[in-house]
Design a protein around this ligand. Structure first.
Ligand code: GYE
Length: 326
């Protein structure tokens, strides 16, 4: 395996080439007979605005790249994703890409793909498999960094104020990489000051409905909530309904931090109902199609392709909204 330490920024995406290892599972490099590449993509579901934008990006860019896309929606269930991947193996697609709903439990099916000599690309979310030869590359965000950015903003807001800050947390899908990492990145930053207390933390499964339901329960059980940290915009938007339903002002009585920066989230931020959003880009399609082509051509690809992202305050959201793509 060729080791390279370099980082380049390509079309808004940062490519960190820690190890250029295209086809390191021996799967890449076989050109399809009919000249057209078939990509089997196993999507997580349609749980959030982020996911909808991500699906559109993948479908649009496959079309543009002339790649035949087989697409499946797992409805947030790992067993459905495993079934979809197995059916892509049976169909002998050229490449399989998927966004793993949770981090664990993929080795068996990934080994089946490897045995069938079908290269796999991880998109958006990571797996915790020790054997990194089970996939060619992983394209997506740094979720730990996103959690840290959320924590750093919070610490800045309460600088010089000694009173306790009671935080409730709406976690993403249990066991998913973004839920695990956004939680740990945030916790790592706020632990430096004991005045920050996470008084309740529960999953809202990345959906608006669950976000609202869990926030209602948080409000009933906790008298004095200062801050809500939601792992995505949709849960934050659901929670806003719960907060308003309880006669409180979101963004004022309870400060809200979310992750994603989809249009609806950005609108709520511009309206003063959310206080800060850490961006997570769903527009992974074009880069994914490039990687698919390279893997099929037997070219080397970076082991990790990182998405470049920013953060938004209320003022920045107002400025960015007119040109927001998703
Ligand atoms: O933040 C959330 C979605 O995996 C980064 O999944 C993705 C997350 C995103 O449901 O809204």
């Amino acid at each position: 395996m060729l080791k390279k330490i370099s980082a380049v920024v390509l079309g808004g995406l940062m490519v960190t080439a820690l190890a250029a290892c295209g086809g390191d599972n021996g799967a890449g490099g076989s050109q399809p007979d009919d000249g057209k590449i078939t990509l089997g993509f196993a999507q997580v579901g349609a749980e959030s605005g982020w996911r909808t934008a991500n699906t559109k990006s993948i479908q649009d860019s496959a079309k543009e790249a002339g790649i035949d896309l087989q697409f499946s929606d797992a409805q947030q269930k790992q067993e459905n994703q495993i079934k979809a991947i197995r059916s892509y193996i049976t169909q002998k697609v050229d490449v399989i890409a998927f966004s793993p709903v949770v981090e664990s439990g993929w080795d068996t099916v990934l080994l089946e793909a490897k045995d069938a000599k079908i290269p796999v690309i991880l998109t958006d979310r990571a797996v915790d498999s020790k054997d990194t030869t089970l996939y060619e590359t992983f394209i997506g965000s740094d979720f730990v960094l996103e959690g840290k950015k959320a924590g750093e903003w919070l610490v800045g807001q309460y600088q010089g104020k000694p009173e306790p800050v009671n935080i409730v947390e709406l976690q993403g899908t249990t066991g998913s990489a973004p839920a695990n990492d956004r939680k740990s990145g945030f916790a790592d930053v706020i632990k430096a000051d004991p005045k920050f207390k996470i008084v309740a933390s529960q999953t809202g499964d990345f959906t608006r409905a669950k976000g609202k339901e869990v926030m209602e329960a948080f409000l009933k059980a906790n008298k004095d909530i200062d801050v809500l940290y939601a792992h995505n915009d949709d849960m934050g938007l659901g929670a806003i309904e719960a907060i308003e339903g309880a006669g409180l002002k979101p963004g004022v009585d309870i400060r809200i931090i979310t992750v994603d920066a989809v249009k609806d989230g950005m609108q709520a931020l511009a309206d003063g109902k959310i206080n800060y959003i850490v961006e997570c880009s769903p527009l992974l399609g074009p880069q994914l199609m490039d990687l698919v082509k390279k893997v099929v051509a037997g070219e080397s690809v970076p082991e990790r392709v990182l998405t470049e992202e920013t953060t938004f305050t209320q003022e920045q959201a107002k400025a960015a909204l007119p040109n927001r793509q998703y």
